[in-house]
Design a binder for this molecule. Structure first.
Ligand SMILES: Nc1ncnc2c1ncn2[C@@H]1O[C@H](COP(=O)(O)OP(=O)(O)OP(=O)(O)O)[C@@H](O)[C@H]1O
Ligand SMILES: [Mg+2]
Length: 491
């Protein structure tokens, strides 16, 4: 180890059951530097962090740390206690004692400068759960700093932080590195990498794709390429024919949602498939929530299906919206009921069509038509719980197709389904659009957006910053656009 190395890890290997999370990853962390660690979801970043901090054992490889190298970790999942006070959260293990009692004065004296440094203006007696999420995240960082670490690891600390808090964090990191501390900074925000970090390591599928390169030697598109690897890109899709004469089924005009969306304007026309994309908290999912009547709107104009702003999901359904959620176990299905009960649940319960329910034989007949169209493996009388995950997802689709929707909102519709079902879902989405539906889709899988969408609206910090279409509608193009505007604009 060189004299300024705080920690050196070599050839780390780790599997969870059959899943290889790390496949020979190495990293070298030096005092006085912010080292950024980036990679797609599931690349192995948190696994690496857990091994470096000693909370998880590796299957192979070595970790060597400098003498007395105290490591503090701010983990991706908040690990604080919401019903304890800020003060109690700050000193979980070794609180200062006086005559064997908790020395609250000493706690506050120690905490005050750290809280001030982070710009966290809170009374230490406040119950943590009462603070906004961003302040809770800063409290967690404060707790880590109070341990006076030689190495500070931050695993995606900024996803809930507003821009001003990110600025403060940048200043704090600078102070820490001036003191010779090493910082490992895990993030999906590449503009933060460019701002804070001296070095960057890119993980891809448990392997190091870029090893500790100097920030000055890379730019955002290169980082994105390293993260995605040499995956073949889809050819750009053909434009669909749109019903330009009719008013668009979805219109958002200068819409504000407190703290989440600012001045968002877009339309989705009949026959069109429009994607929304963004990093966590960027606002793209809030836009879906507006269309589905699942959020309060504080300004602007919304029209869904010609009926104005939907006030509830039921309202949205009446306006012709079908909503396929990502968490289908919780929101999408009654798993202990039959296929026919599920597929017909919304169409006559939520819509109350005609007041009285059609005969059961009629509902079963309609279900059979739908399951055939979707190539579902299972009949109308099968229990949903007995179907495979992919076939359950088809039942969710069937249930919404039964309402003959004018507007289809999809949130990660193919998460957890196999490639065959995924391709069929995409075929169905295409059919829905061809049949005149307006489709709005979010997906954590960027390839999915490039495959099914005519255009994709990119959200950054609550605003639509770009519309990506045509030749530029590639995974790489989207991933670069999802980074913040100051970076996207400068490349
Ligand atoms: N406890 C676990 N049990 C089984 N598999 C796991 C576990 N933790 C992680 N994995 C798997 O290991 C791989 C790497 O996960 P890891 O959490 O390290 O990724 P990451 O880069 O931190 O992703 P993200 O950006 O989503 O946080 C993934 O395929 C994940 O599903
Ligand atoms: Mg992680």
């Amino acid at each position: 180890m060189a004299h300024d190395d705080i920690l050196v890890a070599e050839e780390l290997v780790k599997s969870y059951g059959g899943v290889r999370a790390l496949d020979g990853a190495s990293i070298r962390l030096r005092g006085g530097e912010v080292h950024a660690l980036v990679g797609e979801n599931g690349a192995g970043k948190s696994t690496l962090v857990r091994i470096l901090s000693g909370t998880l054992g590796a299957d192979g490889g070595t970790v060597r740390a400098a003498k007395d190298a105290r490591i503090a970790v701010v983990s991706q999942e908040l690990s604080l206690f919401p019903d304890l006070t800020v003060r109690e959260n700050l000193f979980p293990q070794h609180p200062p004692l006086r005559l064997g009692l908790l020395d609250r004065g000493a706690m506050d004296r120690a905490a005050r400068p750290v809280l001030a440094e982070l710009g966290l203006d809170v009374d230490p007696r406040t119950e943590l759960g009462e603070l906004p999420l961003a302040d809770q995240q800063l409290t967690e960082i404060a707790r880590a700093l109070l341990r006076r670490p030689k190495l500070l690891i931050l695993d995606e600390p900024t996803s809930a932080l507003p821009a001003a808090a990110v600025d403060r964090l940048e200043r704090v990191l600078r102070t820490l590195t001036d003191r010779g501390i090493a910082v490992l900074y895990v993030t999906h925000f590449l503009d933060e990498v460019m701002r804070f970090a001296q070095r960057v390591t890119v993980l891809r599928d448990g392997l190091v794709a870029l090893a500790g390169v100097e920030r000055a030697e890379v730019d955002v598109p290169e980082l994105v390429s390293a993260m995605l690897g040499g995956r073949p890109e889809q050819p750009p899709r053909r434009a669909r024919s749109l019903a330009a004469d009719r008013p668009p089924p979805v219109v958002l005009s200068q819409v504000d949602v407190d703290g989440r969306l600012t001045d968002v304007t877009f339309t989705v026309r009949a026959g069109e498939v429009v994607g929304v994309a963004g990093l966590q908290g960027a606002g793209h999912l809030d836009a879906l929530a507006v269309v589905c009547g699942r959020t309060t709107v504080s300004g602007g104009r919304v029209d869904v299906g010609g009926r104005g702003l939907p006030r509830s999901l039921r309202d949205a359904v009446r306006a012709g919206v079908a909503f396929v959620p990502s968490d289908r176990k919780r929101y999408g299905l009654m798993v202990d009921r039959t296929v026919w009960e599920n597929t017909t649940a919304v169409s006559w319960l939520a819509l109350g069509r005609g007041g009285i329910a059609p005969a059961r034989s009629e509902l079963v007949r309609r279900t059979a038509e739908l399951t055939e169209r979707l190539r579902l493996r299972g009949g109308p009388y099968d229990l949903v719980a007995r179907l495979s995950g992919g076939n359950q997802q088809k039942v969710v689709f069937a249930k919404w197709l039964a309402t003959e929707p004018k507007i289809v909102v999809l949130d990660d519709p193919t998460r957890g389904v196999d490639v065959g079902v995924r391709a069929e879902m995409h075929r169905i989405v295409g059919e829905l659009a061809a049949g005149g539906a307006a489709v709005l889709i979010a997906s954590t899988d960027l390839a999915e957006l490039t495959e099914v969408c005519d255009r994709v609206l990119v959200f950054v910090r609550g605003r639509v910053t770009e519309e990506v279409r045509g030749e530029r509608l590639t995974e790489h193009g989207l991933a670069v656009a999802m980074q913040r505007p100051e970076v996207a604009a400068s490349d």
